[in-house]
Design a protein around this ligand. Structure first.
Ligand code: 536
Length: 356
């Protein structure tokens, strides 16, 4: 028996295997409302056999969007189109996950196919917010408004309201986005957080925003459903956030009722030297799993069935998340099952049975 196709139970939810689709922005919403694109894109990956499908970064407020095309969950009209998608995913055996996000100082950007640079006010852009008035740099050169303590509370209230809507939309797996240089990560990293109040400076202060947000969201998200956090385990820059801090943060998050840490990296600075290569972030998932005693997901350049199976088999992570490989091959789980000699572990939908 492969390990990749062993079920995984987290709280009341059982995943049919260890393969998840990582959240990937589609920049294809209008006013944050999901479209038929999202149904087909995510639905295809449920048919392809993934156990968990985490929808793209979904903004808790309009100003928390990376681009005007981002998904959102700040108003009730956004719920039903998402509910339609989660019903479909569930019908086809997948668990529907949501990734709640606020882009912080990286907000107000053009879609990647429109160049990705910050949009000026008045031509679709707005003033982004962050812990400190420090621009990300490069093409994202807008100086963010530094959130006041009262504004921080409002953002956290937005996360709580978004969590209630996520439940109404039928999601059964929660991921808070605290990675990739977006708002929560901006508080964690000394590169973007130079506050002198209780949200900046010491490690305890820099993690305060995420810990408080986790606590507030956990209080309204059912105890019986999986609650997870994605972090960037390293900024890959001297003096930035790093894996040692990530291990300690993961221990604290565990005591807040977090069930799993999704271990990514990068995003704090435009020109980090990232040692890209197969499974380049897996060692972060391994360390956090071992040293913080919490379940982890591994993500990043995982493309081969045996590679994924080895990650699970050797206890480096509990779950693998595929991103770009899942775009190239929506049927990756079915193909991986065949490679591992377990075709029956990823059965075809009955409509496709004669082709499988
Ligand atoms: C990958 N990306 C992540 C995005 C959108 C753009 C691309 C997201 O989380 N919404 C990424 C990986 C590492 C660092 C930065 C960005």
């Amino acid at each position: 028996m492969s390990h990749l196709f062993a079920p995984l139970t987290v709280k009341s939810i059982t995943l049919r295997n260890r393969i998840g689709v990582s959240p990937m922005c589609q920049y294809s919403s209008e006013d944050g409302v999901a479209s038929d694109w999202h149904l087909v894109h995510l639905g295809a990956r449920a048919i392809g056999g993934a156990a968990l499908i985490i929808a793209e970064a979904t903004a808790v407020s309009a100003e928390g969007r990376i681009t005007p095309g981002d998904a959102g969950i700040w108003t009730d009209k956004q719920v039903e189109p998402l509910a339609r998608i989660s019903r479909f995913l569930k019908q086809h055996g997948s668990v529907a996950g949501v990734q709640l996000a606020h882009a912080g100082r990286k907000a107000s950007a053009a879609r990647p196919w429109d160049g990705g640079a910050h949009l000026a006010d008045g031509v679709g852009g707005w003033t982004p917010v962050g812990p400190s008035p420090i621009a990300f740099g490069g093409e994202l050169n807008k100086v963010p408004h530094a959130l006041t303590a009262a504004e921080i509370k409002q953002v956290q209230a937005d996360f709580v309201a978004a969590t209630k809507r996520s439940l109404a939309a039928g999601y059964e797996w929660m991921e808070l986005h605290a990675a990739h240089g977006y708002l929560a990560h901006e508080f964690l990293s000394p590169i973007s957080n130079q506050r002198t109040d209780s949200y900046g400076g010491s490690f305890d202060n820099r993690i305060r925003f995420l810990i408080e947000t986790t606590r507030a969201v956990r209080a309204v998200w059912p105890e019986s459903l999986p609650f997870t956090v994605r972090i960037s385990c390293s900024d890959w820059v001297e003096g930035g956030w790093d894996i040692d801090q990530s291990v300690e943060l993961s221990r604290r998050l565990k005591t807040e009722g977090v069930d799993l840490i999704d271990c990514s990296s990068g995003g704090s600075v435009p020109h980090a030297k990232i040692p890209l290569g197969p499974g380049y972030q897996v060692s972060f998932a391994e360390r956090i799993r071992r040293e913080a005693g919490i379940a982890t997901a591994a993500v990043g350049l995982i493309t081969e069935a045996r590679q994924a199976d080895d990650i699970i088999r050797s206890g480096k992570a509990d779950l693998v998340l595929l991103a770009r490989e899942s775009l190239r091959d929506p049927y990756w789980p079915a193909h991986a099952a065949r490679v591992l000699g377990e075709a029956a572990a990823a059965p075809a939908p009955r409509q496709y049975a004669r082709a499988w």
